[in-house]
Design a protein around this ligand. Sequence first.
Ligand SMILES: [Zn+2]
Ligand SMILES: [Zn+2]
Ligand SMILES: [Zn+2]
Length: 149
Amino acid sequence: MSIDLSNLRQKFRERDYKLTPQRQIVLQVFIDNQDKHLSAEDVHNIVRQQSNDIGLATVYRTLELLSELDVLQKMDFGDGRSRYEINETSTPHHHHHLICLACGKVIEFEDDLMDELENVIAKNSNFTIVDHQVKFYGYCQECRKKRED
Ligand SMILES: [Zn+2]
Ligand SMILES: [Zn+2]
Ligand SMILES: [Zn+2]
């Protein structure tokens, strides 16, 4: 996945926001952790490990702004915390997620069998579908092993 920083700057400019150093630091966390789904607390911890001093409240506000600008995708995996990841604009649409109910791990999968289903639902409901999100809940390989032991 490639992140186009000039494209991001453009997004900020269009909406009259500046890509301030703090916002850039938060964004960099997501660029460095592209396979992760980070909460505000996760981002705050990573930023602190890099000895950058950004308060949790600022992290929250920055994440809200970045998702408003469609730079980040905000997700809810049902554990009471919002998680964020970089919005992939290069692909036609987002990958989907498997969520482990035991350890909370989030696994991404690319298989998309939804197109046909979308067509059926669109037809039956007379509704134009432009996107979808899919979450499957269950148990990851490690947790399944533990349960069998
Ligand atoms: Zn698990
Ligand atoms: Zn993801
Ligand atoms: Zn899909």
